[in-house]
Design a protein around this ligand. Structure first.
Ligand SMILES: NC(=O)c1ccc[n+]([C@@H]2O[C@H](COP(=O)([O-])OP(=O)(O)OC[C@H]3O[C@@H](n4cnc5c(N)ncnc54)[C@H](O)[C@@H]3O)[C@@H](O)[C@H]2O)c1
Ligand SMILES: [Zn+2]
Length: 363
């Protein structure tokens, strides 16, 4: 088992990573939680596969387990679903010493985390992520929340988990498209922070896709992802500065998602295209080399099984990135690569640069 501990002072928590960890989740949590009441939140898909295994381990250690099975999917990441979770907590009269356990992907994690942040003004939440995206990204960092008809992820709270339990065996049932799109965030971590990790991914990702990556290597990859995300987040817990580098590939990616109404691509797929766009922008503005761009894109190409967004209008993309950034910070900021392992935040990117870069990648 590998343990990663974000450097967050009294807000810190252990992230445990291993194959088969769901079988010992009860033992792991005993010293971590104040009470013995747990409400497990999951979606139908994940619940059907893993809920019984988790319940068994928890009950074996004397936990009293309440369950909420929600409808999964981004469309259900709403205040209504959070309210459904809160109703179960209230009816079961869970007190302040109880905890929520989020078993599932980022949708479940974000909602259970938010419910935990507001129930009785805040109770513990244990994140048990079961997608690559959630294991590499959303379960670490403490951002929780829901979508609103006016915009995605605008309602929420920062609420750090009490522990994160990652069983890499759960990835064995994850659909191929979810694996590929989740790996976008993994590649992103290599580009923004860690060249040696990126180099390891050049070996590990083809093996993972063909099903031949040894368990130990998957555990190491997963733990290292958490280390990178935790490292960035612990330097900048409330998203004031450095944390912005996690948006590499996301400015263009979000524009692609919005212009295709969040239906055509998985988030990670849009980010893969977004990293191609940001990479080209970097080359055109002279901040990174064609060789590094080629290396990045070589890995990205292995993950893409969907058609590129060649039908989207370059001006519309540029426009959309501007409004995205305005909402966020009131100023134009773009994460551009300098070399594999290092990015910079640039505020002088012009619309015409974005248009040119888009056209040269997506025609
Ligand atoms: N809080 C953060 O910092 C943060 C960061 C990035 C993304 N997010 C959020 O994460 C969400 C996306 O998360 P996601 O990509 O994990 O999607 P998801 O939670 O919708 O999961 C994808 C699908 O895979 C299924 N699934 C999950 N685990 C499985 C398993 N082990 N085996 C079989 N099927 C499984 C789910 O039921 C679902 O249908 C978005 O809402 C996004 O906003 C949050
Ligand atoms: Zn992302």
């Amino acid at each position: 088992m590998q343990t990663v501990t974000p450097n967050l002072g009294e807000n810190s928590y252990p992230i445990w990573v291993d194959a088969g960890l769901l079988n010992s989740i009860g033992e792991l949590l005993i010293p971590q939680l104040n009470g013995r009441q747990i409400c497990m939140v999951t979606d139908r898909e994940v619940g059907g596969r893993y809920m019984a295994q988790v319940r068994q381990s928890l009950e074996h250690e004397g936990f009293n387990v309440v369950e909420v099975v929600i409808d999964g999917g981004e469309d259900n990441k709403t205040l209504e679903t959070v309210n459904q979770i809160l109703t179960v907590l209230l009816e079961a009269r869970l007190d302040r010493s109880s905890a929520l356990l989020a078993l599932g992907g980022g949708v479940v994690g974000d909602m259970a985390g938010f419910a935990a942040a507001i129930y009785l003004r805040g109770i513990d939440v244990v994140q048990v992520p079961t997608t690559i995206l959630a294991q590499a990204d959303s379960s670490v960092g403490g951002k929780t929340g829901v979508n609103h008809p006016v915009g995605k992820n605008l309602i929420g709270a920062f609420h750090q988990p009490t522990a994160v339990v990652i069983d890499t065996d759960t990835l064995k049932t994850l659909p191929d498209r979810e694996i590929r799109s989740g790996l976008a965030e993994v590649i992103k971590h290599g580009i923004i922070r860690d060249e040696v990790f990126f180099q390891q991914l050049e070996t590990d990702i083809p093996q993972l896709l063909s099903g031949s990556l040894p368990d130990n290597d998957l555990v190491s990859m997963t733990a290292h992802n958490c280390r990178i995300k935790a490292d960035v987040v612990s330097i900048d817990e409330k998203e004031k500065g450095l944390r912005a580098i996690l948006n590499y590939g996301h400015t263009v990616g979000h524009a692609i998602e919005a212009l295709t109404e969040y239906k055509r691509y998985r988030h990670g797929e849009a980010v893969l295209f977004g990293m191609q766009g940001a990479g080209r922008l970097g080359v055109r503005l002279g901040s990174w080399s064609k060789a590094d761009e080629a290396r990045q894109n070589q890995l990205i190409q292995q993950l893409l099984t969907v058609d590129p967004p060649t039908d989207l209008d370059a001006d519309a993309i540029a426009n959309r990135t501007r409004s995205d950034k305005k909402v966020r910070s009131g100023q134009l900021r773009f994460v551009l690569p300098k070399r594999i392992g290092e990015v910079e935040i640039v505020d002088k990117v012009k619309d015409s640069d974005i248009v040119d870069a888009w056209k040269s990648v997506f025609g």
